[in-house]
Write a protein that binds this ligand. Structure first.
Ligand SMILES: *Cc1c(COP(=O)(O)O)cnc(C)c1O
Length: 371
């Protein structure tokens, strides 16, 4: 019997429109000869995203990590940054790259986001910033964070890398805090191959961000700050414009997969599915489950069992940032201080979820968990 070997089921696969659809955009770039530096595609994408995301200002970046670094520069942050250990390494790395000190506080068992009740006790005379993460696109407890931020006069920058198009009952969750940072990496819900953006609410700050991402160059003869090269190029921006046309359909497909997983895994003993009803509108960016001790295998045994069946899941987020070499001596990093984050990190597994996932693939994943 001959049949082509199936491609492995991976945790995510980028959603690509057909290539023909992209060619006219490339044609435009070729005829304009403007390849980067705030070209037409770049300007159009900033406008299109501001309108789609219902936010006033978008500053595009080459990736979210540089955007996070620049966001802290733009607010001239000093000292300590209160953050979560339960995130992708870029969150803490961007703090370190600004020569700031990450201070870890534990997460909330309900959302896996920073626990606001633990922020206040972590504030010191050196605290310069609060940096929460909307993990898996679940909104942080923003009202409580805002109250602390206001009471102490400490700004907040949200790492919103997972939170494209997410809304709570007041609108876009990107409206919270002083700034929010999105990622458009290939693995995210909306992608420009690599890319990112800072969402701002103040025209002056938007201007400072745009200077900082272009070496601090104000005009031909004037350099006003030691900026960096964080620019998004025209091909990426054009791809973003095209992706934006498809993103609603992509999210709808994700929603359907999320629903099927929830239905079929609801009563598997030991598999705990986090709630996702914190938002008004979700983006279904990830499907995390907790593999608890009541399940017949350990989390890592399930991970390996999947691998034997050509299914690549991910332990997002394991290891915990606070357990990495470069962070384990930072304030708050000791395990006893972070019991929830350590426990979730040891049980979590993100299941495959991508818009083009077939029903057969979904059933294969479910079958592996139940078998
Ligand atoms: C993906 C991600 C980033 C980094 O995004 P890049 O665009 O790859 O630099 C930052 N924070 C979180 C939480 C992420 O998941």
């Amino acid at each position: 019997m001959t049949h082509s070997s199936p491609t492995p089921i991976t945790v995510t696969k980028p959603y690509l429109p057909c290539l023909e659809e992209f060619l006219p955009y490339l044609q435009d770039i070729w005829s304009s000869r403007q390849l980067t530096n705030n070209g037409v595609m770049h300007q159009r994408l900033e406008e299109a995203l501001a309108s789609y995301l219902k936010v006033p200002y978008v500053s595009l970046f080459c990736n979210a990590t540089i955007a996070l670094i620049v966001a802290m520069q733009a607010l001239r942050i000093k000292g300590e940054v209160i953050t979560t250990p339960y995130s992708f390494v870029a969150t803490a790395h961007s703090i370190l790259w600004n020569q700031l000190t990450p201070v870890f506080v534990d997460i909330d068992p309900d959302t896996f986001n920073i626990n606001p009740a633990l922020i206040e006790p972590a504030i010191t005379a050196k605290t310069g910033l609060i940096m929460p993460v909307h993990v898996y696109g679940q909104t942080c407890r923003t009202a409580e964070i805002e109250e602390i931020s206001n009471n102490y006069g400490i700004p907040t920058i949200y790492d919103a890398a997972h939170a494209f198009a997410v809304e709570d009952c007041g609108g876009s969750i990107l409206r919270h805090g002083d700034l929010s940072v999105l990622s458009f990496h290939a693995t995210k819900v909306f992608n420009t191959f690599e890319g990112g953006a800072i969402i701002s609410y103040d025209k002056k700050i938007k201007k400072r961000i745009d200077l900082l991402k272009n070496f601090g160059i104000a005009d031909e003869l004037t350099v006003v700050a030691p900026g960096i090269n964080g620019k998004m190029n025209e091909v990426q921006a054009a791809f973003g414009l095209l992706q934006l046309k498809h993103v609603d359909r992509a999210i709808a497909k994700r929603r359907n997969i999320d629903r099927l997983y929830r239905e079929h895994l609801a009563d598997v003993k030991g598999i705990s599915i986090p709630r996702n009803d914190h938002n008004l509108i979700n983006n279904y960016s990830y499907f995390p489950v907790l593999v608890t001790p009541e399940y017949k295998r350990s989390r890592d045994a399930l991970y390996n069992h999947f691998r034997q069946h050509d299914i690549i899941t991910r332990r997002y987020f394991y290891p915990l940032l606070s357990n990495l070499n470069m962070y384990q001596n930072m304030p708050g990093a000791i395990k006893e201080n972070l019991p929830v984050a350590n426990s979730v990190s040891e049980q979590v597994l993100c299941l495959p979820l991508y818009p083009d996932m077939t029903e057969e693939e979904i059933n294969t994943v479910i079958g592996c968990i139940k078998a």
